[in-house]
Design a protein. Structure first.
Length: 394
């Protein structure tokens, strides 16, 4: 089984985006790259993000008529190909599963996403780069003056399809080699990520235990626990002498209940106790006041965590919004953080950001999560709770 898992991990497609502002030439570049990438012997799939609605079928076809007659989804297939059209909200990550045989998936668009990118900057169309410089594999441009581009970023002529394809090949081969090295060092086994639901908190502003507030007929904590348990082994972090200490009475698939070793230190206490008492390598940590937490959000973070771990070693992964807010209780914490965590607790400094600043933390931009960012809705006050859609309705 472990050998099969290692083979699956090595085969998992690599992801690269071709991004830029509107009408920058993304489709033209991808069309120019595809025959060159196929010449490397690769299977390449493409996924295009459209910021507007689109017509997914050709008027006059049978499947088009099916949809017009009321089908919410249609499919057509032959012995060699298939097409599925479905009315549904989806993220690009969910679409990756449609191409398990691919060596590389090229994304068109998604300029604010965390994926490695070739950004197109065209004369008269783009004044500056719009992507995060840290995600750039290179810039494709027809501009003569490249002085404003980030230092150290490779620059290619917009029509240098061979040069850009060569850079992509070097990147893919490097990533594949890193995957093989990582699998060898771990015996083909992925890092184990547990799910840690923080059940504590004084709920001072709410005036009552937030974990027990109802949303869609369920207490917050139980609703969140169900989403987390679908993504990995679930543990509940509770205060000493908590009413939740008997896991057999929780009626959720809980692997264990972890009482705080140190009381009254906030989220740091729960994370500390989990790292000290459990065997998982890392934990997705979530507070019990986030009732819209979803499996999709968690899986998006886990996928990004595993992708980036092939490039660099991070101690944690957090989501950050445009205003710079960091969601510390909806992120991933690796046990490499434990020495820093212990030192901060010893100092009596229980501020999460003071702790995180001394660790190697990666950040995923909130806007790249699309609809999944709803999971970050935090309920701190009665006013917050009243804004939830039908919070008591089952």
């Amino acid at each position: 089984m472990e050998k099969n898992r290692a083979a699956d991990q090595e085969k998992k497609p690599l992801i690269l985006a071709v991004s830029g502002v509107k009408n920058s030439g993304k489709t033209t570049l991808i069309a120019g790259l595809l025959p060159r990438l196929r010449a490397f012997g690769w299977k390449v799939a493409t996924i295009k993000h459209d910021g507007h609605d689109f017509e997914p079928d050709v008027p006059g076809t049978d499947t088009y008529r099916h949809r017009q007659a009321g089908a919410y989804g249609t499919a057509i297939f032959s012995g060699t190909r298939l097409m599925v059209i479905k009315e549904a909200a989806v993220t690009e990550r969910e679409l990756f599963a449609a191409f398990p045989e691919a060596d590389l998936i090229l994304l068109e668009g998604l300029k604010h996403s965390p994926y490695p990118k070739i950004e197109i900057v065209r004369e008269g169309n783009s004044k500056k780069i719009v992507c995060d410089p840290e995600t750039l594999l290179g810039i494709a441009t027809d501009r003569k003056d490249t002085g404003g581009f980030p230092a150290g970023t490779a620059v290619y002529h917009l029509n240098d399809w061979d040069g850009i394809a060569g850079a992509i090949r070097a990147y893919v081969e490097e990533m594949q080699e890193r995957r093989r090295d990582k699998q060898k060092s771990r015996g083909g086994e992925e890092e184990r990520v547990g799910m840690l639901l923080l059940m504590g908190g004084k709920s001072t502003r709410m005036g009552t235990a937030k974990a027990q507030l109802l949303y869609e007929g369920e207490p917050f904590w139980k609703r969140i626990a169900g989403q987390m348990a679908a993504c990995g082994p679930l543990y509940l972090s509770v205060a000493k002498n908590s009413e939740y200490t008997a896991k057999e009475n929780l009626f959720v698939p809980c692997r264990g209940v972890i009482p705080d070793e140190i009381e009254a230190v906030g989220p740091m206490g729960g994370i500390y106790s989990a790292m000290r008492g459990l065997e998982e390598d890392a934990f997705f940590v979530c507070a019990c006041d986030m009732p819209l937490m979803s499996r999709g959000y968690i899986e998006a973070l886990l996928a990004f965590w595993r992708e980036r771990s092939e490039k660099e070693v991070w101690d944690g992964l957090m989501v950050r919004n445009r205003q710079g807010r960091i969601y510390t209780t909806a992120g991933i914490y690796h046990r490499r953080m434990l020495p820093v965590l212990e030192e901060k607790i010893r100092q009596g400094n229980y501020r999460m950001m003071a702790f995180l600043r001394e660790c190697r933390v990666g950040y995923l931009e909130e806007e790249s999560l699309g609809e999944q960012s709803r999971a970050l809705t935090n309920i701190n006050t009665v006013e917050d709770y009243e804004k939830l859609p039908d919070p008591h309705k089952g």
